[in-house]
Design a protein around this ligand. Structure first.
Ligand code: DC
Length: 225
């Protein structure tokens, strides 16, 4: 394949971004970068330090001081290390999910994460997934996709995923969590969730994962020339 491109995949919680971005990266031989995991790791550190979720100064200090490393393990799964410790499982708990929308609204936290993510994507050959990748982190990405699906379908998928991971949680709770996060993520002042003007919007409600991945890989392969 030709040039190494920057691929941005954004969209709301539960649209299937992670699965799709990971598979697309594998097929392209690109690095997969899960930026939500980075916000989750900062949130986990704040919870461990018992910092109040409204304490912007201390949350910013935590974001500035943590050491975050993303690494691909032998099974091709991305692991995230927080100050040298693998926290890939701990960052997925419902408590972290509830707090992360608040932490990710803080300007100081976003500045630090955006800076790191820009560095990670600078050389290209990346599929970076998040909320503001096409708009703020990699505005120069050659390919931008915005994945979406109905709230019901996203809640159904997220519920199945959590159940599979061994968490006992009611569908209604997941639905409420997703609806609330949509609201916070879309209406925050800084880097709100919205498609970049040049993003391709893909409604995945009735598409299989394979269909979405095929569509993205097809576009990228043509774009790489
Ligand atoms: O993709 P996720 O559910 O793991 O993301 C967790 C939270 O992080 C989500 O509620 C919004 C926030 N986030 C963000 O604000 N910007 C990003 N680029 C990625 C995630």
């Amino acid at each position: 394949m030709g040039r190494l491109l920057k691929i941005a995949i954004d969209g709301p919680a539960g649209a299937g971004k992670s699965t799709v971005a990971k598979l697309a990266a594998e097929r392209l031989g690109y690095l997969y970068i899960d930026t939500g995991a980075m916000y989750r790791a900062v949130t986990l550190q704040a919870l461990m330090d018992k910092v109040d979720m409204s304490d912007e100064t201390n949350l910013t200090r935590i974001a500035e001081s943590v050491d975050l490393v993303l690494r691909v393990d032998t099974n091709g799964n991305t692991r995230i290390f927080l100050n040298g410790v693998d926290v890939s499982t701990q960052i997925r708990t419902p408590l972290v999910s509830r707090c992360v929308s608040v932490v990710s609204q803080i300007q100081g936290v976003r500045h630090k994460m955006t800076r790191l993510q820009k560095e990670m994507g600078a050389a290209g050959g990346v599929v970076m997934e998040g909320r503001d990748i096409g708009t703020k982190v990699l505005p120069d990405a050659e390919m931008k996709f915005f994945l979406t699906a109905s709230v019901e379908e996203r809640a159904r998928r997220r519920h199945a995923e959590l159940t599979e991971r061994g968490f006992t949680v009611a569908y209604e709770e997941v639905f409420e969590d997703i609806a609330q996060r949509d609201n916070i993520d879309s209406n925050r002042a800084m880097a709100p969730l919205k498609p970049a003007s040049n993003a391709e919007i893909i409604d995945c409600t009735s598409m299989t994962v394979e269909q979405v991945v095929d569509l993205i890989v097809g576009r990228v392969s043509r774009g790489a020339g």
